[in-house]
Design a protein around this ligand. Sequence first.
Ligand SMILES: [Zn+2]
Length: 204
Amino acid sequence: MVFTDSMGSAHRAVDPSVHSGQAFSLSVCRTLQEWFKADDLCRITFVYVLSALRWDIHGDAHKYVTKLKVRTGRRKTDNSIDALRSRAVHSVLDLWSSTFQDPTYQGSEFLELQQPDGRPLQPSYLNGGPWLSTFGHSITEFARVCRCITGHAPIGAYYHCFKINEPHGCTCGAALQSRQHVLFCCRNRYSVHYPRFLGDIASL
Ligand SMILES: [Zn+2]
């Protein structure tokens, strides 16, 4: 039984694939392989223990192993596989963000929204991205949000664009019922304010 405050490290310790601590992991795997071979009943259980709990012997072990700090080299340059992977991920995210500014990539009708700090909302792979992580819990809500963000909604401008035999004008009398019109200036007041954040769309 292994008590650990880092399940990520526990996984890594028995992960033989290429990573910064692969040599250590291979050594662990080799040792465990012998041990598992010896008896079918041999098994390991990893138990997650918060180090903040300072639990008895686990607390002592945590204190013991964390008091030794080893600096790796004089310069801060880190050329480990993990660091190189992290740099590659950041460069891909940068490229994704800059590509996302291109209307031909995101679509000419894509609705720009802001992050709480005022910066434009950017795509991300974390938790499925900001749009999915906000609305992914509800299929119907997400469908409505997609229609609003992409402009593919049952409104006059969409009917006009795709030559659908439906009225192009708005119920308020405006000649064209565009998304901009519905969200921003329709006298019939579909919404009380122009949406700036993702959460605003759901309330429309
Ligand atoms: Zn209107």
